[in-house]
Design a protein around this ligand. Structure first.
Ligand code: HSE
Length: 347
């Protein structure tokens, strides 16, 4: 028997289109292997417009229309198709089981995504996010609200995109106590440091990272460590019981590092990495983001380019390290799929 799981997407940019591509490519396989068919019933995007069809929209047609005209409302007219709902109306009025919140987020306030997530919960809908803002700023409040409403709150894509950093810790390492988390959580800065070691200037490497689509809209968030700090807060609060704010993170970026600093490390058999760390001290959870010279033998030293990595220090297994992509269209689309599968399968 196939379960139909209906989703409403708030935002249809890179991640949303990545998810739609995955559903086009893998919809049948997912149904065969997992007994679930994901149906996009609604999309609301600030720039591209909105659509709602309770019986489901065709993801291949959605992608084609957006590529051709950039306007969702050019989707073929048919009975039962509504247009013009805003994001909150889409969340409240659609028959979606899960709201996929992948709109643009203000990293200072987390809005409007926090309100979208709350509206989903108030209307008995699960929420899946790739936006870091709401999770970094309001995880504890939103998790309590989801529990009270009996719905699911998932956000694998906020840290290391589809590389299952959160799921690994919560599920595969269940029963282990995590005493420390250390990782490379920002692809842009790791790419810049790798390129600088190969002789490229900081400015050129940053421009290249922007061209390749790794960097945030304002790359200050990457190079000054804000993005990594937000991810460290998510890991601290979700996996280590913390109640940290981004401002609590002891944070230094990489903008002051010069080619001479990189060369000096290289000559000493070391390498600069922007290391995010979460640990317990005197009963409280602490976090830092710091450019650090690590020996080449360090488990994170070999992680180059835009790749991310995280090492969990556990009581029963010692150190467990996960390495994988930290950004990208299909990679982050996959993060959403993983969360949706878990929800649909009741995990
Ligand atoms: N700007 C981020 C990075 C994107 O470079 O890692 C993924 O969160």
């Amino acid at each position: 028997m196939t379960i139909i799981h209906r989703i409403a997407m708030i935002g249809f940019g890179t991640v949303g289109q990545g998810l739609a591509e995955i559903l086009v490519e893998k919809g049948d396989l997912l149904e065969q292997q997992h007994g679930v068919r994901f149906q996009i019933v609604a999309i609301s995007d600030l720039l591209k417009g909105s659509l709602y069809q309770a019986t489901g929209l065709d993801p291949a047609v959605l992608l084609e229309v957006v590529r051709r005209t950039g306007k969702l409302e050019d989707y073929p007219v048919n009975r039962g198709l509504f247009t013009g709902l805003d994001s909150l109306e889409t969340i409240r009025r659609s028959n979606a089981d899960t709201v996929v919140e992948i709109s643009w987020t203000d990293v200072q306030t987390g809005q409007p995504a926090i309100d979208h997530v709350k509206a989903a919960f108030e209307n008995g809908k699960n929420a899946v996010l790739t936006n870091k803002g709401p999770v970094a700023l309001a995880y504890n409040e939103l998790a309590e609200m989801a529990a009270a409403e009996g719905v699911q709150f998932r956000f694998e894509g906020t840290v290391m995109s589809g590389t299952p950093a959160i799921r690994l810790a919560q599920r595969a390492l269940a029963g282990c106590q995590i005493s420390q988390i250390q990782g490379i959580l920002n692809g842009t800065t790791n790419y810049i440091l790798t390129q600088m070691e190969a002789g490229q200037s900081y400015a050129d490497a940053l421009t290249e990272a922007q061209r390749l689509g790794y960097a945030e809209a304002d790359p200050t968030a990457d190079v000054e460590g804000w993005d990594a700090a937000g991810k460290a807060v998510i890991l601290a609060n979700v996996l280590m019981g913390g109640d940290l704010k981004v401002a609590d993170v002891d944070r230094t970026g990489i903008s002051a590092l010069t080619l001479a600093d990189v060369e000096a490390a290289k000559a000493a058999g070391e390498r600069w990495k922007l290391i995010a760390k979460v640990w317990q001290a005197a009963g409280t959870t602490r976090a830092s983001v710091t450019p650090t010279r690590v020996p080449l033998s360090h488990p994170l030293a070999g992680v180059g380019g835009a790749v991310n990595a995280v090492t969990y220090t556990t009581d029963l297994l010692g150190d467990v390290t996960l390495v994988g992509p930290g950004a990208g269209k299909m990679e982050t689309g996959y993060a959403v799929l993983g969360d949706l599968l878990e929800i649909a399968e009741g995990k």
